[in-house]
Design a protein around this ligand. Structure first.
Ligand code: 13P
Ligand code: SF4
Length: 347
C-alpha cells in the first residue's frame, strides 16, 4: 500500500520531536523538519518490515540517532542489549552495533535469525585476540580464572570462564574466588579494574592481553586539564576503556548506561564525555537541558550502520549479513555469558 503524504508528515513530526536537540551528529546534519521528512519514508518502511517479519531492532547507543530514535525497539549498552537479546522471542534480530554484539545475541537467542547491517563493523578490542591466542595465554597461567570482556569474539568467549561488561566487571571480578585473573582482551580496562579493586580493598593479580579500544585509548589527561581550566565546574565522565591516567582524572567512570544515568541525575554546568559521540547525541535527546563541551570521538565501526543497511538486512539479508555460529562453540560461549548473568549485581 502506498504511503500517504499525511503519514509521511506525521512520521517526520515524530522524528523531529525526538531528534530536534541533536547537534552532535556524525555527518554534521541539522535535524530540522526537512531532514526528518527526508528519512521518513525509510523509517516507515523499516517499521512496517519489522512487523511483517516479526523482527526486533537492538541498537547500541553509539549508532546514529535516526536508527536509535527512528526504528530501534531497544537502545542501550552491551549488558542491557544482551539481556534483551536473551529475552527476545522475535524471529529476526537486527543488531545495529558491531559484530561481537550481534554474535552475543546469536549465542543467547540461537533460534532467531540475527543480522548485522554491515559485516565490516568490527571492534579493535574484539579483533585483538583470537581463541587460539587465548589458548596459548591460558597455557602460561593454568591457575588463572579467565575473564573476558564482552567486547570479544565468540571463540574467545568459548575459551573463557566468565564474561563481563563495563557495568558489572568490578562486582564480578571482586567476587571470584581466584586471586589470579587472566583478563582479556582489554589491557586498559584490566588495569582500571585492578586499580579500582585495590581502592575497594580487594587484591587481585590481573594479567591482561594487549588489546585497546581505538576510540577510548586516544583520550589523555592533558585534554581534561585544559577543559577544566576553560570550564569551571565541568564534570568529566569517562568509559573504563580509557587509560588509567584518564580514569584517575575523571569525576565518574562507568559503562555507557551508567554514564547516561550520572549525567541525567547530575547538576554540573558542563560535561566532557570521554567516549563515542553517539552517547552525547543520546543525552542531547534525553537530557536536552545539559551542556556538553566538544571532546567526544567517533567509532568508525559503529558509524558503518545506516538506515539503508538496516532496511536491506531486514528485507533480504545477504549471506554475510547473517550471523552463524558453530553449535558446540556457541554452547561453550553461552556458558560463559550465562555465568555473567548469574553473577551480575541485581539493580
Ligand atoms: P558499553 O557496554 O559500556 O556500552 O560499552 C560498549 C563499547 O563498545 C564501548 O566502547
Ligand atoms: Fe570497539 Fe571501541 Fe568501537 Fe566500542 S568504541 S565498538 S570498544 S572500537
Amino acid at each position: 500500500m502506498p504511503v500517504t503524504a499525511a503519514a509521511l508528515e506525521q512520521e517526520a513530526d515524530r522524528l523531529l520531536r525526538a531528534l530536534l536537540h541533536v547537534d552532535c551528529d556524525p555527518r554534521g546534519r541539522t535535524w530540522n523538519y526537512e531532514a526528518c521528512r527526508a528519512i521518513a519514508p525509510l523509517t516507515l518502511e523499516i517499521n512496517r518490515l519489522k512487523q511483517e517479519k516479526n523482527a526486533v531492532i537492538l541498537a547500541h547507543s553509539y549508532v546514529e540517532p535516526e536508527i536509535i530514535y527512528g526504528v530501534a525497539d531497544f537502545r542501550g549498552d552491551s549488558y542491557f542489549l544482551s539481556l534483551k537479546a536473551r529475552e527476545s522471542r522475535a524471529k529476526v534480530i537486527v543488531f545495529a552495533g558491531v559484530v561481537f554484539m550481534a554474535e552475543t545475541a546469536k549465542i543467547l537467542s540461537p533460534d532467531a535469525q540475527v543480522v548485522v547491517p554491515d559485516r565490516g563493523s568490527g571492534c579493535s578490542l574484539a579483533d585483538s585476540l583470537t581463541g587460539a591466542q587465548l589458548r596459548q595465554l591460558k597455557a602460561l597461567y593454568p591457575d588463572a580464572t579467565v575473564v573476558c570482556y564482552i567486547n570479544s569474539t565468540a571463540d574467545v568467549k568459548a575459551e573463557s570462564d566468565v564474561c563481563v561488561t563495563s557495568g558489572n566487571v568490578h562486582h564480578i571480578v571482586a567476587g571470584l574466588p581466584a586471586k589470579r585473573i587472566l583478563f582479556v582482551p582489554d589491557r586498559l580496562m584490566g588495569q582500571n579494574v585492578r586499580d579500582e579493586l585495590k581502592r575497594r580493598g580487594v587484591d587481585k593479580e590481573i594479567i591482561t592481553s594487549d588489546g585497546t579500544c581505538m576510540v577510548h585509548d586516544e583520550f589523555g589527561p592533558a585534554e581534561i586539564a585544559a577543559a577544566r581550566a576553560q570550564f569551571p565546574g565541568l564534570q568529566v565522565v569517562a568509559h573504563p576503556e580509557c587509560t588509567p591516567e584518564v580514569a584517575a582524572a575523571a569525576d565518574f567512570v562507568g559503562s555507557t548506561g551508567a554514564m547516561m544515568k550520572f549525567v541525567k541525575t547530575g547538576g554540573a554546568p558542563y560535561y566532557l564525555m570521554l567516549t563515542e559521540c553517539g552517547l552525547v547525541g543520546r543525552l542531547q535527546v534525553e537530557a536536552p537541558e545539559k551542556n556538553f563541551i566538544a571532546g567526544c570521538r567517533l567509532c568508525p565501526y559503529m558509524k558503518l550502520n545506516s538506515l539503508e543497511k538496516v532496511r536491506d538486512a531486514l528485507l533480504a539479508p545477504r549471506p554475510e549479513q547473517i550471523v552463524t555460529l558453530d553449535e558446540p562453540l556457541r554452547q561453550r560461549a553461552a556458558h560463559c555469558i550465562e555465568r555473567m548473568f548469574a553473577l551480575s549485581p541485581v539493580d
